[in-house]
Design a protein around this ligand. Structure first.
Ligand code: PTJ
Length: 248
């Protein structure tokens, strides 16, 4: 039982989710390494959502609202950390959710599909029953794409990704948006919009933004998108990693 008075309580809760998901058998073997890397970046960021991250989130929501077929790609880690928040965001913004795994096995896909069903989202794409096609240029199991989802999507949100897919998807003319605590990752550099934040903070924050932006004029949404420069925003995110505190 975790005590709320522990100074690292929230971080321990996330670790616990990852440990439980690992025991349940739907995480990749290297999922804890990925989580640990994220933790380290988040620590240096002060475990807070920064201004550049907020800016990127407003642009993300604007793009998703204006998209015809926006899709949120989920893997083992994002499911373990934020399944309910992802479902709520998808429902609020009118996006589909698709399972896409780097270490894809039928067993993991089946378990993750079951979780989305249990959490009230039976429409999950990328399941074993779905009509799956493969994106030729991607040379690993992430090439799988649902015909009605990632394959035909105009915008794909790829949180906590491993880096090889963003570039290819972006080259195919789709809007690629990532949530990655590492501003130097290939995914962050290759995406059209990079949100340098923890998925557990970013997804619920975007649901709130979506509630607000859905009633705004299309013109305003387009202005938000046009005024945004991802490279500049990423540089600003990176600046915030500077360690300012001295050891007393
Ligand atoms: O479930 P699968 O098979 O698709 O595998 C998923 C993992 C995450 C294991 C796989 O995609 C992988 O190996 O990813 P990487 O290469 O470790 O990259 C994950 C990125 O996400 C790193 O840049 C981390 O810093 C970042 N990250 C980790 N935790 C979080 C995060 N970003 C945002 N929020 C987090 N909570």
């Amino acid at each position: 039982m975790l005590s709320k008075s522990h100074p690292r309580y929230e971080s321990l809760v996330l670790r616990d989710k990852i440990v439980k998901a690992s025991k349940a058998g739907y995480l990749a073997d290297s999922a804890m390494i990925a989580h640990g890397r994220g933790e380290a970046f988040d620590y240096l960021l002060g475990e807070k959502t920064t201004l550049p991250a907020k800016r990127a989130m407003y642009v993300t929501v604007a793009i998703m609202i204006l998209s015809k077929n926006p899709v949120i790609s989920v893997n083992g880690n994002t499911t373990a950390l934020a399944i309910d928040e992802i479902i709520e965001f998808a429902n609020t913004i009118g996006a589909k959710i698709e399972i896409n795994l780097f270490y894809r096995t039928d067993e993991r896909v089946e378990k993750i599909t079951g979780l989305y069903h249990d959490h009230g989202y039976p429409e999950i794409l990328g399941s074993l029953d779905d009509e799956i096609t493969y994106i030729n240029e991607i040379k690993n199991p992430r090439a799988s794409a649902s015909k009605t989802g990632i394959y035909s999507a105009d915008t794909i949100l790829v949180p906590l990704e491993d880096g090889d897919r963003a570039e290819i998807l972006s080259q195919s003319g789709k809007n690629i948006i990532t949530i990655d605590l590492n501003p130097l990752s290939r995914t962050s550099k290759m995406s059209d919009v990079s949100i340098v934040d923890n998925v557990v903070r970013a997804i619920p924050f975007m649901t709130k933004i979506a509630d607000d932006l859905k009633s705004q004029d299309e013109k305003l949404l387009r202005e938000l998108i046009e005024d945004f420069d991802n490279d500049t925003n990423l540089k600003e995110s990176l600046e915030l990693f500077k360690i300012k505190e001295d050891i007393k």
